[in-house]
Design a protein around this ligand. Structure first.
Ligand code: FAD
Length: 463
């Protein structure tokens, strides 16, 4: 992943003893680090299963804009007040981001740029018109772009890993890396949080920012969310304007500039769709007319999508908070989560508590979508055999186990149990990132079977 080139070595220890804290944060992406920053005056620590910043945040394109595809149009179709509150939450998140960067003098290449929303058919033109009118009523300067049936506003973009580096430097004494939470139990007024290093953290408050926690209400996310996967290509570019753009509808085409690079994203699809990674890569290259010799980085990334286009941020149990399901707009939503959770812990009012309440009543439609997508992913996964892949992959059934075999460039083979230990979905091999991916709930494993991310508790190694 391109942004990882900017990761600085700022070592943080593993947790190797039992400790008691006021607040524990689980997961060190943009949401976790910003929550830790907000809680820094307290006796608070953050534990991260791998290295801070290397999760979904490192794979993001990090546009900071309120032109988030058609989210505003979808919210407006429900009711004006919800759309208005969501808009305000994103404006407040931008203010908070700028405040943190300014106060701490963070060098994260924050830049103001033109941000464009583009329509390609009549339905999309209608959506752009609605969003444009809504933004203008709310005092946001909008320029109409007739040539592309779109609109333009002023927005921002950052280098997400430089932001993480900056916060990590300030907060490193409160961070434990290579420390994975494997269970949480409630005891009187405390939580006992168990780690893979066999330590226990006793915490009064727990903030969960690890994307897809398996240790909490096991069916909460599988029933309420789906997973979207996209392919990103970075190319070398010269003399291109500083800007970002995105289409208002699917198939998504998204671009942002970064120094002498262009960051292109497309093939954003729910994981139950046809998601052959090599096909997706070729498609993105073709859609943007990119030249092979200019390409410097390619990767895929998955984010969690809620049924109502709003993230889950807030109280999920007594003194337990969650921030997840950012609908691929988690830079701003991860940042605003820190203010909402800070206000909840300190019994202060916050205008977005109800809007993002993770316990809001699920719509039947939403649950139906999630179950449907799980079943389709499951069936498609079973059907996938060698012919689905371009090369290097085969499957065997050994003692009724589905064994996946990856053969590397040197001919060395690596066997894994190609069924996700979480809820038994058949795993797909991702030929771009060389990982085994779960299309149902976004767990990922290295080609030789080690857990990388997601709700699986176990590795999938096979000997
Ligand atoms: C292709 C793509 C493009 C995107 N582009 C944009 C964009 O332009 N603008 C925007 O606003 N958003 C964008 N997003 C969304 C945004 O990147 C994510 O929503 C956001 O980065 C999620 O941050 P996070 O902190 O919740 O998760 P992460 O960054 O994944 O952090 C979670 C951390 O928790 C750790 N963890 C997991 N389990 C445990 C455990 N049991 N114990 C301890 N630690 C654990 C993980 O290792 C990880 O480091 C994009 C998303 C995708 C997929």
């Amino acid at each position: 992943m391109f942004w990882i080139n900017y990761l600085e070595k700022i070592p943080c220890p593993k947790l190797t003893k039992n400790i008691t804290v006021d607040t524990l944060i689980i997961g060190g992406g943009i949401a976790g680090l910003t929550n830790l920053y907000k809680e820094k005056a307290q006796n608070t620590i953050l534990v991260e299963a791998n290295i801070v910043g290397m999760g979904v945040t490192a794979g993001s394109s990090s546009k900071i804009t309120i032109l988030q595809e058609d989210i505003l149009a979808k919210l407006l179709a429900k009711d004006y007040d919800t759309a208005k509150l969501y808009l305000n939450s994103q404006i407040d998140a931008i203010k908070l981001l700028k405040e943190i960067i300014q106060t701490e003098n963070l060098e994260c290449d924050l830049e103001e740029v033109d941000s464009l929303l583009i329509a390609r058919n009549n339905k999309e033109i209608e959506k752009v018109k609605k969003i444009s009118k809504f933004l203008q009523i709310n005092n946001i300067k909008v320029t109409k772009l007739n040539k592309i049936n779109g609109l333009k506003i002023k927005a921002y973009q950052i280098n997400p890993i430089k932001y993480i580096n900056g916060l990590k430097k300030i907060l490193k004494n409160k961070i434990y890396e290579q420390t994975r939470v494997i269970d949480i139990k409630k005891e009187n007024n405390y939580y006992l949080v168990y780690t893979n290093n066999q330590n226990i953290i006793k915490a009064q408050n727990v903030i969960i920012t690890c994307q897809y926690p398996f240790f909490l209400k096991p069916l909460f996310l599988p029933l309420n969310t789906t997973i979207e996967k996209s392919t990103i290509i970075v190319t070398k570019e010269k003399n291109k304007p500083k800007l970002n753009y995105i289409t208002v509808g699917k198939p998504t085409l998204s671009y942002r500039s970064y120094k002498n690079y262009g960051i292109y994203l497309s093939q954003a699809k729910a994981t139950w769709h046809k998601n052959n990674d090599i096909y997706n890569y070729k498609k993105v290259k073709k859609l943007f007319n990119l030249k092979e010799e200019d390409i410097v980085s390619i990767w895929t990334n998955m984010d969690i999508i809620s049924g109502d286009n709003l993230p889950y941020i807030g109280l999920i149990d007594k003194n337990m908070y969650i921030a997840t399901a950012f609908n691929t707009w988690g830079i701003l939503n991860g940042i605003i989560s820190s203010q909402i959770i800070f206000d909840l812990i300190n019994n202060r009012n916050n205008p977005y508590i109800n809007l993002f309440n993770p316990k809001r009543i699920g719509k039947y439609q939403k649950i139906f979508n999630s179950i449907f997508s799980n079943i389709i992913s499951f069936i498609k996964g079973i059907k996938k055999n060698k012919s689905w892949y371009s090369s290097h992959i085969s499957f065997l059934n050994i003692k009724e186990k589905r064994i996946g075999i990856y053969t590397d460039e040197q001919g060395k083979t690596f066997k894994v149990k190609a069924i996700c230990p979480h809820l038994k979905c058949p795993l797909e091999f991702n030929e771009i990132d060389k990982t085994w991916d779960c299309p149902c709930h976004s767990s990922r494993f290295t080609y030789d079977g080690k857990w990388l991310k997601g709700p699986s508790k176990k590795d999938i190694t096979f000997k």
